[in-house]
Design a protein around this ligand. Structure first.
Ligand SMILES: [Fe+2]
Ligand SMILES: [Fe+2]
Length: 179
């Protein structure tokens, strides 16, 4: 597919999406490396498949030269964001996914809000909007599914971990906009 040249801000935003979907793939790989819980593994396998599709869709929009230079960092960070809670059990794993997907759905919403006023005059952006909104639709489902699967109220450690995961996601987005 021929890659369209986007305005600079949109290229940067798509780079954050590409970094994020890469991280998401590796979160589920991290979970699958560590978890021995069947329901967690089935959940992670199914979500991994969806995240690979998201990654493919974003890759179809963003040329190689515009992707983040820090992809090895995003893969490693994703792996541990999945593996660490998976070591601690299903409850922490599902809370982590809920935190990540809450962040990601809002991130896509912010981008969709920015695109909305300009898409009418830039028909080449219609495909971008539809990819972002398809991804967001799945992330919301992932978030809600994880939220339904938690068993107990989160303790202090899980709350602190999820706080770090959300802050880390925000920091990753800020960095991926630049490099
Ligand atoms: Fe995704
Ligand atoms: Fe997701």
């Amino acid at each position: 597919m021929i890659k369209v040249l986007y305005p600079d801000w949109l290229t940067r935003e798509l780079r954050t999406d590409h970094a994020g979907e890469t991280g998401a793939v590796w979160i589920y790989r991290g979970i699958l490396t560590v978890s021995v819980n069947n329901s967690v593994r089935t959940f992670a396998r199914r979500h991994l498949e969806t995240e690979l599709k998201h990654l493919n869709k974003i890759e179809s929009l963003l040329s190689l030269k515009h992707r983040s230079w820090l992809l090895p960092v995003w893969r490693t960070a994703g792996f541990f964001t999945g593996a660490i809670p998976a070591l601690c059990g299903p409850n922490m794993t599902f809370y982590t996914i809920e935190a990540v997907e809450t962040f990601v759905s809002q991130h896509y919403q912010n981008q969709l809000d920015s695109l909305q006023p300009i898409v009418e005059h830039n028909p080449e952006l219609v495909i971008v909007r539809s990819v972002l909104s398809e991804c967001q639709f799945d992330e919301i489902a992932h978030r809600d599914e994880a939220a339904q699967r938690v068993q107990n109220a989160p303790g202090a450690i899980i709350r602190l971990w999820c706080f770090l995961v959300s802050g880390g996601s925000q920091a990753a987005v800020t960095l991926a906009r630049q490099i």
